[in-house]
Each structure stands twice: as structure tokens, then as C-alpha cells.
Design a protein around this ligand. Sequence first.
Ligand SMILES: [Zn+2]
Length: 135
Amino acid sequence: MSVEEVSRLLREHDITPTAQRVEIANVLFTRKEHLSAEDVFVLVNGEAPRVSKATVYNTLGLFAAQGLIREVIADPDRTFYDPNTAPHHHFYDTATGKLTDIPAEAVEISRLPALPEGVQMEGVEVIVRVRPAAR
Ligand SMILES: [Zn+2]
């Protein structure tokens, strides 16, 4: 993606495109993978550290809050940032720590409880936890 395209995408989500935000967004949208904040930090900085860890964490939080990316909390120690904000689900491999997509249509939810009063449904996300099969 060009700097112009990334900047436009940020503005569409009411995010002011600073140089660092553009760089971080570029990493996410070029790779189209589930990345941890640590992954993003390493990828953005490459050989020469330019963006601090705090900036990476704050920026990812802002992107998620503005709906630019999705935050997927696989377990308390592993939060992934997903550039795919369309509805879908995930497999989480607890042995490798890898998150992979499950298409929305592959999961059918047949029953949900009545919602508490005064709220509306925002979405349902399924995380299927897997580990190597016992032999
Ligand atoms: Zn995903």
C-alpha cells in the first residue's frame, strides 16, 4: 500500500495519519496476518529502532478503538491485531500460539441466551482452541 492509501484509510477511521501511525498501519495491512504488538514492534523497527514500544501499543489500541483493526484476545498473554475486520472466527493453537481464520459461514450458532436488558448484540466471536492430537 502507498503512503497515500494508508493515510486515506486512517482518515476514514478518524485517525490523524502521523508518520509512525502510517508505518504501523502499513505493516498490518501489507502482511494481512494476525500480529502481536511485539511482532509489530519488530517489523516496524527492522534494523534501526525508530518507534518505541509504548507508541506501538498505544497506536494499536487506537486503531482497534476506531475499528480499523480487530483485537483478538486469544488468552490473557496473547492479544493479536487482525487487519480483517469482517466477521470471522479463529482457530488458536495453544502449542504454537498461532491464530488462523475460520470463515464466518463455517460456524453456525444455533442458540444464544436472551440479551440482558438495555443492550444490543455487537457480535459473536468463536475461538476454537486446538493442540496437537494425542497419538
Ligand atoms: Zn482473523
